[in-house]
Write a protein of this length. Sequence first.
Length: 424
Amino acid sequence: MTGTGTLPQRPTAARRGGLFWHRDFRLLWTAEASSKLGSSVTSVAMPLVAVATLDATAFEAATLYAASWLPWLIIGLPAGAWVDRLPRRPVLVACDIASMLLFLSVPVAAWLDVLTIGHLLAVALGAGTATVFFQTAYQAYLPSLLDPHELAEGNAKLQGTESAMQVAGPGVAGLLAQLAGAVAAVLLDALSFAASALCLWAIRFREPRAPRPAAASLSRQIAEGIRYVARDPYLRVLTVFGAASNIGLIGYQSLLVVFLVRDVGVGAGAVGGLLAAISCGGVLGAAVATPISRRFGTARAVVFSNVGALPFGLLIPLTGPGWRLALLVTGGLVIGVGVVAGNVIKGVFRQRYTPAHLLGRVVVSMQFLNYGAIPVGGLIAGTLGATLGTRPAMWIMTGTLALTGLILLVGPIGRRRDLPERPE
């Protein structure tokens, strides 16, 4: 992006019949769909590589899951300040290219017969680092690409597509694992990041450079984002809830492949099919987020979608062979509906509510705790699985998840019909 000249203006999608006709949004949408499909495949393929190819233990499998989220704790806060200093689209492209190269190294190492658990952990950490920058820049880029009244539709489309890819990905991963081995599925993820980078590079819109104090230090900018979140009663409660719920949610998910393969006796192909069925809940959640927000109010919709859905996770540890597989699908489906619907509503709220020059730092300050709790949940689940067994660990993690929705009843969110669109 140059510092002088005329910047391309945002197309007004409302005059064209919706965001489907918004060229740059379509490219962003396609990039998101491509990378999320590959990531969804890898979320199943990497544990299958570890368990089936490298004979990993339950603790190693959970640690592998946790490693991809650990960078949020290490570099999450400075990443937000860096993203607020940089044009977001080049950051997105660079992250895609880095992820492509990292995941490409897995099949190469396997073909050379040098693949190890340590290699998988290094790839998970590196790709997780790229994800920190990508997710922060992506959340901050969307409000500059779209008009404020388009954000609800844009977030719903992106969340719905992400959920749809989570439906397709496990099935593709299971099929590839059976036909060509789990390592081949990781190769698909590398190719998906290449496609995403090409789409992002083709976007014409260049967001205007965000103003910032000339003498502001990195630490001062980080502190400004943290203070904004800590002092705001809405963002503060949503941050605490996100961190607590992720410990339970990711805790049981990090053990799910091991649980299904070793405790329930499900094959690799069936694992992919079951996880694909569960992910249908996310598609439905994205579809209902806007209607329930309009009908009941955004604050009530956030509370209901989480308090009502998360206790269904208690069905998952009851899973067994035969008809008891339906308990897994039911519990996972309902959780998916609630979590994704809540995420769509919260994402739109944060983008409308936060001043533009602070958005990157506010996003990463919240996600520092939200996503930083993920490796904690994975490590707790892995330790419990190694000491108590996988099924008891699943009971503890889903029980924790069931209680976390009550946090949303603390503070003004539980007393309001709608979330505000600007600080009160």
